[in-house]
Design a protein. Structure first.
Length: 180
């Protein structure tokens, strides 16, 4: 776990992408650091930050369902382009998930609908970056990753850096302690 906590990523300024995910005001995932488009790139990024994640193993979507469970797979999988795993920190199999960038808003709206219907009771449980996510939660804020929150911040709740997400009502939140 100590190695996973080493290093950090500064949030970069936002730029628009071909899918038009980010407007001039810098909303969305493009403001969350370097854009990573393949699990191999995500694995290399984790390796640079932690010294771990040496062997990135591509996985199938059937394995994804086994990995996150059927309910989460129902919400995540339609929006996942590809995924892989590697060993890093306390995780024997850390999930390296790359989203279909043009579907980030759809993913967030689907999660909001699942929360509103009572299908799920909490926000997504991955650590999010620019177009990708890691399945673990321990130490990910030190890597510069954000939680995706589709619930309001409660009065008095301590949050660090926040960035509006693609869907209205959702934000990317970086817990206090990361130096933005």
């Amino acid at each position: 776990m100590v190695a996973l906590l080493v290093g950090s990523v500064a949030c970069s300024s936002a730029a628009t992408d071909p899918a038009g995910l980010v407007g001039a005001n810098g909303l969305g995932a493009n403001a969350l650091g370097p854009p990573l488009a393949t699990p191999a790139e995500v694995g290399e990024w984790v390796r640079e930050k932690t010294g771990q994640c040496d062997e990135v193993v591509p996985r199938t979507m059937e394995e994804f369902t086994d990995f996150v469970g059927p309910l989460r797979a129902k919400l995540y999988a339609p929006h996942v382009a590809e995924w892989a795993t590697c060993a890093a920190g306390p995780y024997e199999r850390l999930g390296l998930v790359v989203f279909r960038r043009e579907q980030l808003k759809d993913f967030q709206q689907a999660w909001q609908a699942a929360m509103a219907s009572g299908e799920v009771s909490d926000n997504p449980d991955f650590g999010f970056g620019n177009g990708f996510a890691l399945s673990g939660t321990l130490g990910l804020e030190v890597l510069g990753l954000h939680e995706l929150r589709c619930t309001p911040v409660e009065p008095g709740e301590e949050v660090g850096h926040t960035q509006p997400a693609e869907a209205e009502g959702c934000t990317y939140v970086q817990k206090p302690g990361h130096h933005h």
